[in-house]
Design a protein around this ligand. Structure first.
Ligand SMILES: Cc1ncc(COP(=O)(O)O)c(C=O)c1O
Length: 343
């Protein structure tokens, strides 16, 4: 039963069956394009997103970075949400390595809406960094795992395209979004130029992300991946886990959403914790406690085997995934409520 690790869906460990698939993987040197399992994973990812081609990368961070560097040149502007993962948690890679200027936009609704896109597309003038790229995030991590609809994405993407920008989705958890909206990932991908998704989060693989787009874009992205040191050799061992994840673990994401819904309901029922509302929730639950109470609650719960991440002095996040059962969720909620009431 313990520990119940709700820090993130990145903590999942490969199952016995997944490990067997990895062991049995046929491999080759992927930098030469000779790893049949990587090639199959990339074709599968392209097929699932309806895009022409895909590229396996070691992480979501590198997937986003390679996308930005492929879309933008030195001094170009990329419109990023103030709460986006790319801006907040990826080490400033786009500025450090690409001299790309972050144009920070309001994404408090989870999306950067068309009027906000317009605001950042300033007239051509030597004083301004020209906006070249709009980056959206779905699901939106800091907005509580909110899933955006294909229509919401489309309206912002159309505005950006009208103004000559490319559009990238950081879809680390795009399969959670598609499960929440009961739509296919193709519906998201059809209105944008590139989409990155992670196999190492709720899908349960140990490593990897797929960047998807037009063939010419992916050819250029492959060059950037190599420059950044992300060209891997016998990566079929990892790709086999990704294929297994895409075949077996997409449909079950709904269970994680049900568990998150249950967890939120149990926690809000106790009257001591405020559970944040989310119009289209997925596998995350964000909670508020009185100012300064988060660190103490975190320590007390960790001592009883319930692990989660504090986001600020009074806010914490719980994430459900394939390595936590419904029973563990119920027990975790009891422990969190007991400790919150005692502190
Ligand atoms: C929305 C989002 N994008 C990108 C990433 C980066 O993925 P990685 O940890 O594989 O670099 C994460 C990781 O949690 C994420 O939540």
């Amino acid at each position: 039963m313990f520990p119940v690790d709700l820090k993130s869906d990145t903590v999942t460990k490969p199952s016995e069956e997944m490990r067997k698939a990895m062991y049995a993987a046929e491999v080759g040197d992927d930098v030469y394009g000779e790893d049949p399992t990587v090639n199959r994973l990339e074709e599968t990812a392209a097929g699932l997103t309806g895009m022409e081609a895909a590229l396996l990368l070691p992480s979501g961070t590198m997937g986003n970075l390679v996308a930005v560097l492929t879309h933008c040149g030195r001094g170009d502007g990329a419109i990023l949400g103030a709460d986006s993962h790319i801006l907040n948690y990826e080490g400033g890679g786009l500025a450090a390595l690409g001299s790309v200027v972050p144009l920070v936009a309001d994404d408090c609704s989870g999306c950067i809406h068309p009027e906000e896109v317009r605001r950042h597309c300033r007239p051509s003038n030597v004083h301004f960094a020209p906006a070249r790229l709009l980056c959206l995030e779905n699901t939106h991590n800091r907005r509580g795992g909110l899933a955006l609809s294909p229509e919401t994405i489309r309206s912002s993407a159309e505005e950006a395209h009208l103004r000559g920008l490319s559009v990238h989705i950081d879809g680390a958890r795009i399969f959670n979004a598609s499960a929440a909206w009961n739509c296919s990932v193709k519906e998201y991908a059809s209105s944008v130029d590139s989409l990155q998704f992670c196999i190492s989060k709720g899908l349960g693989a140990p490593v990897g992300s797929l960047l998807c787009g037009a063939r010419s874009f992916i050819d250029a992205a492959r060059h950037w991946r190599k420059r950044l040191g992300g060209g891997l050799r016998q990566a079929g061992i990892l790709a086999a886990a990704g294929l297994f994840a895409l075949e077996r673990n997409i449909d079950r994401l709904r269970e994680d959403h049900e568990n998150a819904e249950l967890l939120g309901r149990l926690l809000s029922g106790g009257g001591v914790i405020q559970v944040e509302h989310n119009e289209k929730p997925t596998n995350m639950v964000y909670c508020k406690v009185p100012e300064g109470a988060c660190a103490d609650l975190h320590t007390r719960c960790a001592a009883r085997g319930v692990l989660f991440n504090g986001v600020s002095d009074n806010r914490f996040r719980l994430v459900t995934h394939l390595d936590v059962s419904r029973e563990q969720i119920v027990r975790a909620a009891e422990i969190i409520l007991e400790e919150a009431a005692a502190s």
